[in-house]
Design a binder for this molecule. Structure first.
Ligand code: WQD
Length: 343
């Protein structure tokens, strides 16, 4: 039996991180989780264990705490690859707290990269975002589409970290980096045991819809119906979180023995409008979602969806879940866990 490869998942108790841990464990990897729990809960580890029968080794660590990072790498000398999710990620909050976002996301990541290389670990998968394309020059968006300065500090940290990693790789050919640009992650593990658990009033569309469905919120505000799209509402590429998780495992396999930086979009290649999602949610779950058209939200763009051809060609990865399954899985999670992971 080949030695199990040890993967460090930073931000591993978060939405995408925890679902990726499930997929890693089920694919035979040894998983270590680092998280400071600022935006997630240890309960997600209990759910990973309930689903897989294996509990990842967990370190409550802040990536800004260099000594704690050093201790972790000393205790876990077999880490062969890091999947780096840890970071603050609320668009609106980042506009109110730019210093905190640059400090945590940039300075924290720099500490992580430095401790990694000090311990001879230069295999990194970085959780990036379609936000680096800004208002895209063309759709479907390929990895060659020019990057535009995002409209918020959160998005700028993603662009900056991509550029930092490109420079690290140019200076040291031993770095082996995959940048994964997620489009709009939604859905939940089909068991209903894990899902998205935002703090406070959700900023993102799907968790807002599920809280309207559960009665926690009264109605959905649709931010603008005068965009240049088929029904006037914003179009996005929604991708199931389990498809994203598989994309990370495929990336580990892809990067074996490579060097340099490789970039992949993780999307479905299909754009859905806000009202398409509302109707798909209603159809998938037999529910009605009351909504009201409201003014556009500052910083929103009209249309953003991926070309996912490169990931399929180079990694053999293609999203498998459709929009109705995403809606059904999101609702199953919310209805089984009205208060998310609890306090
Ligand atoms: C989707 C569509 C809204 C809420 C953001 C980040 C991106 C990534 C995903 C972190 C838009 C509309 C939304 C609502 C609405 N996050 N909407 N009413 O803005 O595409 O992307 O989240 O990695 O980096 O930028 O996602 O879900 O907020 O919005 O009408 O209550 O739904 O206008 O058209 P977005 P979203």
């Amino acid at each position: 039996m080949p030695e199990k490869q040890t993967i460090l998942v930073t931000g591993g108790t978060g939405f995408i991180g925890s679902h990726t841990c499930v997929e890693l464990i089920e694919q035979g990897y040894d998983v270590v989780v680092l998280d400071n729990l600022v935006n997630s809960k240890v309960e997600s580890l209990n759910r990973i264990e309930r689903i897989t029968g294996t509990r990842p080794r967990f370190y409550e660590v802040d990536i800004l705490d260099r000594e704690a990072l050093e201790r972790l790498f000393a205790e876990e000398p077999d880490i062969s690859c890091v999947i780096h999710f840890a970071g603050l990620k609320a668009v609106g909050e980042s506009c109110k707290k730019p210093w905190e976002y640059y400090h945590n996301n940039i300075a924290g990541s720099l500490e992580l990269f430095d401790v990694m290389r000090a311990h001879g670990c230069k295999n990194l998968i970085f959780s990036s975002s379609a936000t680096v394309y800004g208002d895209p020059e063309f759709v479907p968006i390929t990895e060659e589409c020019p990057k535009h300065t995002p409209t918020n500090p959160y998005g700028k940290t993603k662009t900056m970290l991509e550029d930092i990693l490109v420079d690290l790789s140019a200076a040291d050919a031993e770095w082996n980096i995959v940048l994964l640009r997620y489009f709009n992650p939604i859905g939940a593990h089909p068991s209903g045991l894990m899902g998205e658990d935002p703090n406070g009033i959700p900023n993102n569309l799907m968790p807002y819809i599920t809280q309207v469905a559960s009665g926690k919120l009264e109605e959905l505000g649709v931010f603008g119906d005068d965009y240049d799209t088929p029904d006037g509402t914003g179009v996005r590429d929604y991708i199931h979180v389990m498809d994203l998780a598989v994309g990370h495992v495929k990336s580990i396999e892809f990067m074996a023995g490579k060097h340099g930086v490789n970039v992949f979009n993780l999307g479905t290649g299909i754009g859905y409008s806000v009202l398409d999602v509302v109707h798909a949610f209603e159809s998938a779950n037999g529910l009605t979602i009351p909504y009201r058209i409201k003014p556009r939200r500052a910083g929103d763009i009209a249309c953003c969806y991926a070309s996912a051809e490169k990931a399929e060609r180079d990694m053999g990865w293609k999203a498998q879940y459709g929009i109705e399954e995403m809606c059904a899985d999101s609702w199953r999670w919310q209805s089984m866990n009205p208060d998310g992971y609890g306090d």
